[in-house]
Design a protein around this ligand. Structure first.
Ligand SMILES: Cc1ncc(C[n+]2csc(CCOP(=O)(O)OP(=O)(O)O)c2C)c(N)n1
Ligand SMILES: [Mg+2]
Length: 433
């Protein structure tokens, strides 16, 4: 028998002879399923003033701990504490509170519109309002945003017309996307809001490329992008991180860890092994892990990252630790796969309630004014919806003329599209439509 030298020569019989246990595949399992009582008491939540604030130009390797901690500003009593306190003036705090409350009111109205059959689809961002609104307020108005589908708060914080947003949701004749995008997939050049894509994480390399171009041209504008924690499993996320690191792109890479990717819990994207902010470590990018339900922490971290980018010190990856309170979309029923009381037990609370408490504590706000604002915003979105509905809703015929689907791809329509268009017109006529 030939002498065996290497491990590669061993046979299955040899391995069995050594009494090795058979391999088993590990499959993560969420903590709570329907019917379970959610219990987050095992969560490690550092004190609000615990995180140090490194200099914006620190080397990424000198601030690794930031990727494993949690930057917080608002403590349990609603006080702003610690090194990350952005010390915002009252008018900024109240503007932030109002934009977050308007985002929630908008979501409520549009969710209802979907249930009434006025649109086919809607996605709420309940519980995640701070992630978009506070970031928009910390960025400059002409910085470029490359969002996912859950950052409608960016447009609202940039005072974009909510009637225009609703026209897109209704795919009506005033829809600037001419009915070619899924409802909620806005595109608003005037508000520095890049077209949303349904293909997860395509916005990441686009944002990095945009930021690299801004730097190559000697511009001063930076880019910011957002994706969910589930989306960090996409290849696009990783190639974007490589380019961002290599070219020190002036970009902010936001990962919104809302614990769920439709019905898959965050463990399937790697949450059981490490944090999402720690993705930054392997790429030599500065990583910050922050309380995404704390508007002041989101503001402070975004401002830190923006200052870093503007001073040519490179990209920052920010993990916003938050919770998706509602279903993934109007097509989803989270009651099928997670405990119903997770949202109400979320240990980091509700972002609007926390900022409201802070403003009340400062003596610049009170419950009466808050209730009046909520009522005013609810009636404002109701009026805006009525206005948008005049341009048409789903199935009421006031959409873009069907022949427009052949337009806008080529400067001059090629012969084969002209033929197809004529055929479509003839078939419609023959069908009496
Ligand atoms: C490339 C690609 N794969 C899968 C999908 C289907 N899909 C849409 S949303 C989603 C979950 C994304 O979860 P996450 O990234 O955590 O974002 P969240 O919805 O929680 O904000 C999936 C799998 C898709 N749209 N594109
Ligand atoms: Mg998610």
């Amino acid at each position: 028998m030939a002498e065996r030298n290497g491990a590669g020569d061993r046979t299955a019989g040899d391995r069995a002879g050594r009494n090795l246990p058979p391999l088993s595949l590990y499959v993560p399992e969420p903590h709570f399923r329907p019917g379970d009582q959610a219990d987050f008491s095992g969560f490690d939540i550092p004190a609000a003033d615990a995180a140090p604030r490194p200099d914006e130009t620190s080397a990424a390797g000198d601030m690794r701990d930031m990727a494993y901690g949690l930057v917080r500003v608002l403590d349990e009593g609603g006080n702003a504490v610690g090194a990350w306190n952005p010390n915002l003036p009252p008018e900024t705090l109240l503007k932030m509170l109002r934009a977050m409350a308007l985002t929630r009111a908008f979501d409520e109205r549009m969710f209802r519109a979907q249930r009434q059959g006025k649109t086919s689809f809607y996605m709420k961002c309940t519980g995640e309002e701070a992630v978009a609104v506070a970031a928009a307020m910390a960025l400059d108005r002409d910085d470029m945003c490359f969002p996912s589908y859950r950052q409608q708060g960016l447009l609202i914080a940039r005072d974009w017309s909510i009637v225009d947003m609703m026209n897109q949701i209704y795919s009506n004749k005033a829809d600037r996307m001419r009915g070619r995008q899924l409802p909620i997939m806005y595109s608003v050049r005037e508000a520095g809001f890049f077209s949303i894509s349904g293909n997860l994480t395509t916005q990441y390399p686009q944002a990095v490329g945009w930021a690299m171009a801004s730097a190559a041209r000697g511009d001063t504008r930076i880019a910011a992008t957002w994706c969910g924690e589930g989306s960090t499993a996409e290849g696009d996320f990783h190639s974007a991180c490589t380019f961002a690191s290599v070219y020190r792109a002036p970009v902010i890479l936001n990962v919104v860890n809302n614990q769920w990717a439709i019905s898959s819990f965050s463990g399937f994207a790697g949450a059981e092994s490490t944090t999402f902010a720690a993705r930054a470590v392997g790429y030599g990018i500065a990583g910050l892990r922050i309380d995404g339900n704390d508007a002041l922490a989101v503001y402070a971290a975004t401002r830190w990252a923006a200052d870093r980018a503007r001073s040519n010190a490179g990209p920052t990856l920010i993990e916003h630790f938050t919770y998706r309170v509602e279903g993934h979309s109007t097509s989803d029923d989270p009651g099928q796969y997670r405990s119903a009381d997770e949202g109400s037990h979320w240990p980091l609370g509700d972002p609007i309630a926390r900022l409201k408490q802070h403003c009340i504590g400062l003596g610049i706000w009170d419950e009466e004014r808050h209730a009046a604002m909520d009522a005013e915003l609810a009636s404002m979105v109701k009026d805006a919806a009525r206005e948008a509905e005049k341009n048409g809703i789903l199935g009421h015929g006031m959409h873009q003329p069907f022949e427009t689907m052949f337009e806008d791809v080529f400067e001059e329509m090629p012969w084969h599209l002209k033929e197809q268009l004529q055929q479509a017109i003839d078939e419609k006529k023959a069908a009496g439509l």
